[in-house]
Design a protein around this ligand. Structure first.
Ligand code: BMA
Length: 373
């Protein structure tokens, strides 16, 4: 296991002392020409880091875990390994409604603290957004209609209402500040898994042109109307078959900083499903490597995992071989639900779980990066 503090410090030194540090994955600057100095620094760190190792990320890690909720300082990853994950995933869904907490009952005030804590440790926070359907009043999964995106684009009947929702998201991002009042750079991974058809922004719900317009409208609104320049944007389709499908809805190099994909062990997680997962991951990691090089963006795994981790060697025998030799900023495992009726919904082992030792072994492998407490 690497000590992320020492390591990030070295990365900083390298980046500042050696302007000739070049990688094949990026041109070195965020897509936002007005990106804040801290945002540029974060991007530069990631560029150097992908050459060295892959950070472990966990969704909602500081907010709750398997069987607990809102215990300050607790983390399922830390409980088993002694270390906080360097990448924290958080979820914005319901913020657009002006609510105090998100769709999984995590308070946005608490999230601000988690972002600060993660930043103070030298880590990174990445936000997903399962935003509600402004047209139907349903949630993100309400995807029966194929005209929602069209209706919120400029000229659409729900355009103004949608911008009002973006206002809430923008206000939250603008509130992410460190103790000195400086904006904390974060990653935003909106409109994800759009090559699937389970969200209102999915492939059967809008055309490629509409999807791109939605993305560009969002980024433009944040940059030009809200003066937000501390975000790295991450494009993250669900699993795809080839580069053509991956890029079909890619909104443009000027509005994307990181390329990713989401893929999970499918179905019931049988041995056959694991074999399928390996093949899907191999294919998608190959696609990702190609598009990262072609676009000059930093690659990462947006979301992955094995619900219930039914194979106690999943991390060392399945995930690690998949990641070895790959240039990726991080691998984000999905959330460990605290809800009593979702006891099976977890992606990182907790204390006493049969895969806990395997996860720790994985975190100590060459090229895998885990934070210090
Ligand atoms: C899904 C599940 C849901 C959750 C949603 C948003 O994948 O984990 O239970 O509400 O993500 O976090």
């Amino acid at each position: 296991m690497k000590n992320i503090y020492n390591w990030l410090w070295m990365v900083g030194l390298l980046a500042s002392a050696c302007t000739s540090v070049q990688t094949t994955v990026t041109n070195g600057n965020p897509s936002d020409s007005l990106a804040t100095a801290n945002t540029k620094e974060l991007y530069h760190k990631l560029i150097v880091q992908v050459e060295k190792g892959i950070m472990i990320g966990h969704q909602d890690d500081l907010a709750y875990g398997h069987g607990w909720y809102g215990e300050e300082g607790r983390s399922d990853v830390k409980d088993i390994s002694g270390h906080y994950p360097p990448v924290l995933g958080l979820e914005l869904g319901d913020i657009e409604l002006g609510r105090a907490c998100n769709l999984d009952s995590v308070y946005f005030d608490a999230m601000r603290r988690y972002v600060q804590q993660t930043n103070a440790r030298g880590g990174v926070t990445t936000f997903s957004w399962h935003g509600n359907n402004v047209v139907t009043g349903g949630n993100a999964w309400d995807c029966d209609q194929d005209s929602v995106v069209r209706a919120i684009l400029p000229g659409g009947v729900h355009h103004a209402a949608y911008l009002a929702r973006l206002d809430h998201v923008a206000a939250f991002f603008s509130s992410l500040r460190d103790e000195q009042g400086n904006l904390i750079p974060v990653v935003f991974r909106p409109y994800h898994e759009h090559t699937g058809s389970w969200f209102w922004w999915g492939a059967k719900q809008c055309t490629p042109e509409e999807y791109k317009a939605l993305w560009r409208m969002t980024v433009d609104y944040f940059r030009h109307e809200k003066d937000i320049h501390h975000i790295l944007y991450c494009y993250s389709p669900a699993e795809t078959m080839d580069e053509r499908q991956y890029m079909e809805r890619y909104p443009g190099d000027d509005v994307v900083d990181m390329v990713a994909f989401d893929a999970y062990v499918p179905n019931q997680g049988t041995a056959a499903d694991l074999a399928l997962y390996k093949a899907t991951m191999q294919r998608n990691l190959d696609i990702l490597a190609t598009v990262a090089t072609a676009t000059g963006k930093v690659a990462t795994i947006g979301e992955t995992g094995y619900e219930g981790i039914k194979d106690s060697r999943y991390f060392t025998e399945i995930v690690y071989p998949l990641l070895q030799g790959r240039k990726l900023a991080w691998v984000l495992f999905w959330r460990n639900a605290y809800e009593a009726d979702k006891g099976h919904h977890y992606y990182v082992p907790f204390k006493g779980h049969p895969a806990a030792a395997d996860f720790v072994e994985f975190s100590q492998k060459e090229g895998v990066l885990l934070n210090t407490p």
